[in-house]
Design a protein. Structure first.
Length: 208
């Protein structure tokens, strides 16, 4: 239950990042402020699906169950905030959210999958940077990682859940998009540590 609650809060943090992104007209400022969502997750040791998949190559198969639990909690948090905001003064954000959601749904699934991979890659760089870099470097890794994927139009599955919820654009295509983007995030996030580990193994073999 503790991990599920931390996952719900992780989804809430990403939703709030999405809220501030929708609230400002300047995309660069919005991308910068969106990073507060991921920074909050790190600072309070919360759970985020796109962060957890970065550890998949180093974990036993049982870890997949935890990743699914985290995704479920993130889903509850992100969708819950999006639905609540529709009935507050933040409903003014609905037209902007609808425009974003429609653009995402107009994209074909292969493109969404690739954009998901790219986003997973950037999130993993942010995660590794936060863990390894000292001092302010760890925070810069998160901020710039988030800004790159946001400004580039890469697809983040939990952020998309929030956008679809506040926009009210739920349809069968939305579900397919979520599944494809989530798979892309998984592939992109797991690829970085897998390739790093593979490179170390080859270096060790050559030294022997």
């Amino acid at each position: 239950m503790k991990e599920f609650c931390k996952s719900i809060l992780g989804g809430v943090c990403i939703a709030f990042g999405g809220t501030v992104y929708l609230s400002v007209d300047n995309h660069i400022a919005g991308a910068f402020l969106f990073s507060v969502g991921l920074l909050s997750i790190f600072l309070f040791d919360l759970n985020l699906f796109t962060g957890k998949v970065c550890d998949l190559p180093h974990q036993p198969l049982s870890y997949w169950a935890k990743a699914v639990l985290v995704f479920a909690g993130n889903l509850v948090g992100a969708i819950g905030i999006g639905l609540l905001e529709r009935y507050t003064k933040l409903s003014r954000l609905i037209p902007t959210a609808q425009a974003i959601a429609e653009a995402k749904l107009a994209d074909h699934l292969f493109s969404a999958f690739v954009m998901g991979i790219f986003c997973g890659f950037m999130i993993c760089i942010a995660v590794i940077g936060y863990r390894r870099l000292p001092g302010s470097g760890k925070y810069l890794a998160v901020i710039f990682g988030v800004m790159v994927f946001t400004l580039s139009g890469f697809e983040h599955v939990i952020a998309n859940l929030y956008y679809y919820a506040i926009a009210g654009t739920w349809q069968l295509k939305s579900v397919f998009n979520i599944l494809v983007v989530g798979l892309g995030n998984l592939v992109g996030g797991a690829a970085v540590p897998f390739l790093l580990r593979l490179g170390k193994q080859k270096d060790s073999a050559e030294q022997e």
